[in-house]
Design a protein around this ligand. Structure first.
Ligand code: HEC
Length: 125
């Protein structure tokens, strides 16, 4: 009986750990340590982030941008946009403009990935 209870408790711990682990990029309310673990432990390159930047590019591309100097549709333009120093405050909602404009704030994990990538020197691949 005691063994059965231990077995059940062990399984509950394992299952909850893995479900938290698997969902950490889809839910905002995850524990920070899991988020840090997921986001810091992978080598992030430009192509890992294009699913985020393509949302920005609908309003900030070389063909058309609401803000000169902010273009998010290719590696070089994303890099120089970030180097203006305006992108991080915009996506973290700490600056005067909150991006993506009129849309929900990016998930914490996406913001974290961008920061990790910037700190790594914005590698292309
Ligand atoms: C629906 C259109 C739209 C989307 C999507 C969008 N932006 Fe913007 N963005 C704007 C507009 C409009 C402005 C303000 C332009 C102005 O008034 O000068 C702006 C301004 C900015 C600025 C200038 C902020 C400042 O402090 O001067 C940055 C940086 C920026 N956007 C980055 C982004 C990033 C990064 C994304 C993607 C996460 C994004 N935008 C998505 C429309 C958009």
């Amino acid at each position: 009986m005691k063994n059965l209870i231990q077995f059940l408790i062990f399984n509950i711990i394992i299952i909850s750990f893995f479900s938290a682990f698997l969902s950490s990029c889809t839910f905002d309310n995850e524990e920070d340590f899991l988020e840090d673990y997921i986001c810091d432990s992978i080598d992030i390159v430009y192509t890992d982030l294009t699913y985020i930047f393509s949302v920005c590019a609908t309003c900030h591309s070389e063909a058309f941008t609401y803000r000169p100097g902010i273009e998010m549709d290719n590696y070089e333009s994303v890099k120089s946009s970030i180097n203006t120093g305006l992108v991080l405050p915009a996506i973290k909602h700490t600056g005067p403009y909150k991006m993506p404009n009129g849309l929900p704030k990016l998930p914490d994990c996406d913001i974290k990935k961008i920061e990790v990538w910037i700190n790594a020197g914005m590698p292309e691949n």
